[in-house]
Design a protein. Sequence first.
Lengths: 450, 450
Amino acid sequence: MTEQDTLQQFQAVTESLESGSTMQTRYLLNGALPAQDVARLLESSPPKERKLLWDLIDQKNEGEILQYLSEEVSTQFLSQMGTEELIAVTEQLESDDLADILQNLPETVVTEVLASMTAQDRLRVESLLSYPEDSAGGLMNTDTITIRPNITVDIAFRFLRRHSSLPDMTDSLLVVSRTDKFLGTLPLTKLLVADPNTSIREIMDTETTVITASTPENEVAQLFEKLDLVSAPVIEEASGKLLGRITIDDVVDVIRDQAEHSMLSMAGLDDDEDTFAPILYTSKRRAVWLGINLITAFIASYVIGLFQATIDQIVALAILMPIVASMGGIAGSQVLTLVIRGIALGHISSANTRWLLNREILVGLINGLVWAFVVALLTSFWFDDIKIAYIIASALIINLLFAALVGTLLPITLKRFGIDPALAGGVILTTVTDVVGFLSFLGLATIFLL
Amino acid sequence: MTEQDTLQQFQAVTESLESGSTMQTRYLLNGALPAQDVARLLESSPPKERKLLWDLIDQKNEGEILQYLSEEVSTQFLSQMGTEELIAVTEQLESDDLADILQNLPETVVTEVLASMTAQDRLRVESLLSYPEDSAGGLMNTDTITIRPNITVDIAFRFLRRHSSLPDMTDSLLVVSRTDKFLGTLPLTKLLVADPNTSIREIMDTETTVITASTPENEVAQLFEKLDLVSAPVIEEASGKLLGRITIDDVVDVIRDQAEHSMLSMAGLDDDEDTFAPILYTSKRRAVWLGINLITAFIASYVIGLFQATIDQIVALAILMPIVASMGGIAGSQVLTLVIRGIALGHISSANTRWLLNREILVGLINGLVWAFVVALLTSFWFDDIKIAYIIASALIINLLFAALVGTLLPITLKRFGIDPALAGGVILTTVTDVVGFLSFLGLATIFLL
């Protein structure tokens, strides 16, 4: 099934909805389209259509669709459900997905949903709820297949055959002691080629990467990426007891979120920004960012104001000054983006900061010289004034050097103070390149032209 | 092993290198550190140290480390090797990694490396080389375990036991006909719970997602994410023959690259930008982007120049004009970022463009009104001039509306013409918000203040 097919199906749903053919829409939403596509369709729909579509989905299908929805959108539906419906819907979910959903619901509702579950399921979900959502404990699932080390391969096969099915993404059996202490893993690929009479203890991997429940999710993602894991056991740090396992499908979500986080933050947007959220809600969120930027814009204007007298005499300065500021901003944001990515990938540490700074300043100098020459040439033709050309060229070089300096050191410093460089970096950088740009250009002009 | 440990190990290598203790460094690089960490260390090192470290790595370990290096860095090392060394090193690589590497080497070297291989291996690699690197064919591996449909589960077990080991990430056996035509998959989890006397044909999945060799890699990634796959078979479109399989570890790389692509492109950076590449090389790459932005900066200056006479009379305009342009740029880049992400996630199509545009224009209007009021207030205090306050407020609203319009429609239009919206979007948007910002503010001032 290609992207094209999906688009055509979307079109089909939209058309059947518009034509008022409820039957046809119902048919598409309840089985004809895979749950993942229905989820995407809901996320791609404006609020009103989204609600209409959701109402056409049979209750028995809601659970499966819910787990593919972003948190923002699923909470929207769940918060409007009665407790009974909630219980019916959540019954079909895996324990980790259920825990994620419960985390966004009011305390009283959570208690009622938990009360409706069997004792064993409740214990599982409660244990998941006790870990932060962005830790290994919050990411894990409790659907492990465990075996004892003292049985033989042949008995393991017979034990497995007693199951009617194994959980998805089961690539290893987890070997535990009588007290549930984690001992090692037995990859299925190893089990399948083993002699039937060997004991599990002899062939299990004991040097498996174990993840403790409190490990932050980004470290979990790095481990999965580094070691090419499909699943990994999660243990309780103090006791060494097996708690569950994390599977690659959940890690892929973390990796995507992580990689997207920087891009969204740099524009002052939230990770869970819903493209189709209500207008007032979105306006309020974005207003904050615009407000912060207004402060920096007024700071830049204040700097220009300092040179009011100079501009009053030479109006060409007002025409040219945005060029210096803008080039500094662009050069700086290139450095900033690269350094933020380098930090995220773990390529940048105190060991190579100085080397990196030297490099960026040299790159800034080279590009400063090249473009200063071009700008000077263009300016001297435009205003027929060689002095202004010299001044704008000098200001450009100064600003590109500052851009390199701030672009490199700012994210590293912010990171050290525990501030997200992707979020705060851009605003501070632009403020610096604006202020330095206007200050150097108008300052030099005041000194040499008046 | 935590992030902290890795950093400490890096420190150890750096120190042992600086202290001239070659023995210690050699020990760390050849076995004491996992290959993935050595790769990261190399990528985090400036060119000179990188070369020094590489020279200390034993030839037998080079192959494993190479496959974890980014293309940019690995090509750097490979291009300096003699053909014999190259053959020795590449012998240890998996066929897909080898094909990726060969794609970056000169034709003559490729021929020699291929000639050194066994006929079977050569055929495999040549078949991989015949597909573009960013297609399913380029992403796949040929290490499949295939079985025939007419054998029983018991015989399948015996067949598997004849292998000394199964390839990593083997989560299913691939069922093929006598002529290698793909028939279905048999997940190991299904095999393990099956009755030994059933035939494979009875229990195999025939509705498996098959990927044709020409499928673009981003579609492959979407399929893996949507269907939570660990591996998927790749077939030749015309004949239906099984060619190989794609595994999640390679798809994770695609997903990360995809997600990073937008962020890097928006700053005019290449995907494979190496944080520690040579200075002249980097300068040249970034210069192009600065040059493009210089053109847009001059366009903005030209617009200001049109109002030279106005600024000459009211210098306050020069002080305030960057505020209007900057707020438009920020608001626009928020919309742009969100729409680019929405397109990448497949949430935005022609079906909801108009709704999205209405929404963004409304958000722009609300924020325009709010911040216009604030700016007007601040301006009237600063310059003690109510007329300028009215004018800047009106210009701000106009610019925020344009920002919403262009931020929404521009990426959708660029995409339709096959232009990468992340790359071209930002420059065009800033040009528009600068021009509209200066034009509306200075234009209104010329009409109402002179």
